[in-house]
Write a new protein. Structure first.
Length: 300
């Protein structure tokens, strides 16, 4: 049985077709039309092309930068704003003559890494995407845990834990609140903090490179970043205690995170003990689209 995964982003729509063993058999991406009917047309055209190549109808999963409200059935919170307020899963299902599963893209990331990625065969996986923003998703036994309100894993919009006096009321978030975790540990927040200390860099990777060259400001900024990341993940461990935490997004490519973070986490986890593995993703930018395909699970 083939599974088709679709990553519906603000600038591109990517489709992947996986066979029963998880091997990629087809992949294509096209620009995202910025209108809802045209977006539906583009997805249907991609699916038809993929199924012509693989020679059979497949299950369909779609990852979006938002959620389908469990109360209204309509998309909300998507930065691809033209899909907000529409029943995307229902409309695609009608066009494709089958049920379509739609999930938040961070949840798709967690599912991908839980099924056959860096957290393969782990029961409870917390997947974190640290890029321009900061999102997260939860996979339990390889399936999305969205929660009753559809916002399971939206940890980036809780306040940074155990704030120091200089951190309190120091940032504003697009969600309307202050001092959200996202504003501190996203790539954007990391760069902002470095620049406020007097440094110059365009990305978290550049800060890490400066640190490797012995730059004092970069080293201090990275130390603050690791401490803030540890505080943020300690809250997750204290509540969910996942088997594995998988990091994705551009910031996840900073290798020093995986050597420095484990030493700091126990300072904040209840009982001052923590052996939770924090690992780099296996599939990189493909995790989201692969996770969309795996929304149907191995046994579906």
């Amino acid at each position: 049985m083939f599974r088709i995964g679709i990553d519906l982003g603000g600038t591109k729509i990517e489709l992947i077709a996986l066979d029963a063993s998880g091997e990629e058999r087809f992949r294509k991406r096209v620009p995202t039309p910025r209108q809802y009917p045209s977006t539906l047309d583009a997805i249907v055209e991609l699916v038809n092309e993929a199924e012509l190549v693989i020679g059979e109808k497949a299950s369909i999963g779609v990852g979006i930068p938002g959620i389908v409200s469990p109360f209204t059935g309509l998309v909300k919170n998507a930065n691809s704003t033209w899909i907000n307020g529409h029943p995307l899963d229902v409309d695609l299902g009608k066009r494709l003559a089958r049920k379509v599963k739609v999930a938040n893209d961070a949840n798709c990331f967690a599912v991908s890494e839980a099924v056959d990625g860096a957290a393969k065969n782990s029961a409870v996986v917390f997947g974190v995407i640290i890029g321009t923003g900061c999102g997260a998703g939860i996979a339990i036994n390889g399936q999305v845990h969205a929660g009753g309100n559809g916002i399971g894993g939206e940890w980036g919009h809780n306040p940074l834990p155990w704030m120091t006096p200089d951190e309190h009321h120091s940032t504003s978030c697009f969600c309307g609140n202050r001092d959200c975790i996202e504003t501190f540990i996203s790539g954007t927040g990391f760069v902002r903090d470095f620049r406020e200390s007097g440094g110059e860099a365009a990305s978290g990777i550049e800060i890490a490179q400066l640190m490797e060259q012995g730059d004092a400001l970069a080293t201090q900024a990275f130390t603050r970043f690791i401490d803030r990341l540890a505080r943020s993940l300690a809250h997750v461990i204290n509540v969910l205690d996942p088997d594995v935490i998988v990091l994705g997004g551009g910031v996840s490519n900073i290798d020093a995170i995986y050597t420095e973070l484990p030493a700091v986490l126990p300072n904040y986890v209840l009982g001052r003990e923590c052996e939770t593995p924090v690992v780099k993703n296996l599939y990189g930018a493909s995790s989201g689209v692969r996770g969309a395909a795996w929304l149907w699970g191995r046994d579906s």
